[in-house]
Design a protein around this ligand. Structure first.
Ligand SMILES: Cc1cc2nc3c(=O)[nH]c(=O)nc-3n(C[C@H](O)[C@H](O)[C@H](O)COP(=O)(O)OP(=O)(O)OC[C@H]3O[C@@H](n4cnc5c(N)ncnc54)[C@H](O)[C@@H]3O)c2cc1C
Length: 520
């Protein structure tokens, strides 16, 4: 296929997009292969009324059993589960949420953008569990500094060590009265709060912000509908020399050549590709240490009493905020290590499932509560464990004949106790804020559903216990890089994408330097 490129990039989402953005700026020619088509908003989007949809917006039954985020309004955006099967033990379901489009999951992400800190990068020094990262916050900080303006992250500088400040568009918006009450009650318990930090601008996606400048440079060729099945190596040198891919529609197999291969197909797809290629696994660690963040959605459901019966509670309701990790920073919990964060929001209708009434009485009470809701979601750190892993399930293949993944992920007591603590703490804060707590629970969504799957191709100093070095470079094959969340040795409660992009940019700078000095 298509001639010789300096760098082949597999995947066009947050990680692959950042690599293309960074390398093309330096005049390095890149070929990008992505399994999905290009979405054309003008052509592919039709606004319809809910009663015009066959299932009234609830979604085609059985089409997305593992994607709770899918609805009839957006079902064309998610990767088809029949074409892209995977397996798990029925006792341990895993909800793998995928997007196969040019731009990847950044077409749909919530844009929450937090830095990680040395509480994560130096986690073993802090609490003795797992492994430290082979790099520190100070190594990554210059890249966070560069990525935040590209993604146009807005937020407030708070001086909190667990979520270091960055190069933000300053968020000067006011807090509503209910949010201020919640913040004060949290602060009275030595729990910090802040405004959400979010990438702003239309979608803030790879498709809008990272790929256009790379394409305009003339150094990037993007091939859509190219499902990569295998990374290939030169039999003489053992070095990567390109990849075999299958055209999604014609099913023709082709090969692309390059001097350096970068994998950014998203955490589990990248590891699946390496496992199917039989590469980069001298440590035996490829596939191991899968983790994500556990979510307890609507952990505490509260009502702001003064907002009852008021459709438009001006200044009282609206807005929201974020509690960054506060457990196990400077003190030690008895029941669990690491910690959790919380997203909270004021306003909106209380869901009918929380109202114990029927018929007209349900309608009356729902109307009373139509803008009185105060809700929150807990996001907790999950420990990376050897026994949580992915492997190839040889019995199952995708629509292109590529062997599928088997996923094994199981939460443990550390996560369960953390969720319990979150529920009790939030209940206490809500009551101290003068809110009525109408429901609470500590039940996590299944592993995977947070869409923050991480690990399985982890970085580390020791080639015996890790797959990549501190530059996201394979210990085994020096011209092979893996830049997405699979490289994380551990995580915190922060959403990971900003860190994925910072790592990708750092790896790209190193790659360019090594190519210049002919080490690659
Ligand atoms: C609804 C939603 C909300 C989210 N909210 C947030 C948030 O608020 N904050 C946050 O930090 N993160 C959030 N995320 C997660 C975030 O989108 C991901 O962390 C990020 O996009 C990961 O980047 P990536 O490059 O690893 O993978 P992706 O962005 O998924 O890109 C991977 C690309 O690789 C392609 N690909 C896969 N397999 C192959 C193959 N075999 N051959 C060729 N191409 C392949 C795919 O088509 C895709 O385009 C959210 C995700 C979703 C879906």
């Amino acid at each position: 296929m298509v001639g010789n490129y300096d760098v082949l990039i597999i995947g066009s989402g947050a990680s692959g997009g950042t690599v293309a953005y960074t390398l093309t700026k330096k005049g390095i020619s890149c070929l990008m292969l992505d399994a999905g088509p290009v979405i054309d908003y003008a052509r592919d989007r039709a606004l319809k009324k809910v009663y015009e949809l066959p299932y009234r917006g609830f979604g085609t039954p059985g089409r997305f059993p593992h994607v709770t985020q899918a609805s009839e309004f957006n079902e064309n955006l998610w990767a088809d589960e029949k074409q892209n099967p995977y397996t798990y033990d029925p006792n341990d379901p895993y909800y793998w949420v995928r997007v196969r489009l040019v731009g990847g999951k950044t077409l749909l992400w919530g844009r929450a953008s937090w830095r990680m800190s040395n509480f994560e990068f130096r986690c073993k020094d802090h609490d003795g569990f797992g492994e430290n990262w082979p790099l520190s916050y100070e190594d990554l900080a210059p890249y966070y500094d560069k990525m935040e303006p590209i993604l146009r992250v807005a937020g407030r500088k708070e001086g909190l060590p667990q979520i270091p400040d960055g190069v933000f568009l300053e968020d000067t918006s006011r807090d509503s009265e209910s949010v201020s009450r919640f913040n004060d009650a949290a602060r009275a318990r030595a729990i910090a709060t802040t405004k959400s930090r979010r990438a702003t601008g239309t979608l803030a996606s790879s498709l809008n912000l990272l790929l256009p400048p790379a394409i305009e440079s003339g150094y990037l060729t993007v091939v859509a509908n190219a499902v990569v099945s295998r990374i290939t190596t030169d039999p003489n040198t053992g070095l990567a020399n390109g990849a075999t891919f299958i055209d999604r529609r014609s099913r023709r197999e082709m090969h692309a050549k390059a001097r350096v291969v970068v994998v950014g197909a998203s955490t589990l797809e990248s590891t699946r590709l390496l496992l199917n290629s039989g590469l980069a696994n001298s440590s035996g660690m490829l596939g191991r240490y899968l983790f994500d963040q556990f979510y307890v959605k609507d952990c505490v459901e509260a009502v702001v009493p003064e907002a009852r019966g008021k459709r438009n509670a001006y200044r009282l309701m609206g807005g929201g905020g974020y509690i960054p990790q506060f457990r196990n920073l400077h003190t030690k919990e008895k029941n669990f290590i690491r910690g959790y964060a919380v997203d909270y929001g004021s306003g909106g209708a209380v869901p009918a499932r929380y109202i114990s009434a029927y018929g007209e009485e349900l309608e009356r009470q729902a109307a009373q509560l139509s803008n009185a809701r105060f809700s929150m979601t807990v996001m907790g750190a999950v420990l990376p464990r050897h026994e949580n892993f992915v492997s190839i399930d040889k019995r199952v293949q995708d629509a292109w004949g590529i062997p599928a993944l088997h996923i094994r992920a199981h939460y443990t007591d550390n996560e369960f106790k953390m969720a319990e603590d979150a529920m009790n703490t939030l209940d206490e804060i809500c009551r101290a804020s003068g809110f009525e707590v109408i429901a609470k629970h500590p039940h996590m969504v299944p592993p995977g559903e947070s869409i923050h799957e991480l690990g399985t191709c982890r970085m580390g100093h020791d080639p015996k216990t890790s797959v990549l070095n501190k530059w996201n470079q394979s210990h085994d094959i020096k011209n092979l890089f893996v830049v997405d969340g699979s490289s994380f040795p551990s995580g915190g409660p922060q959403n990971p994408t900003l860190t994925i992009t910072a790592l990708s940019m750092r790896a790209s700078d190193y790659m360019a330097e090594q190519m210049r000095s002919r080490n690659l």
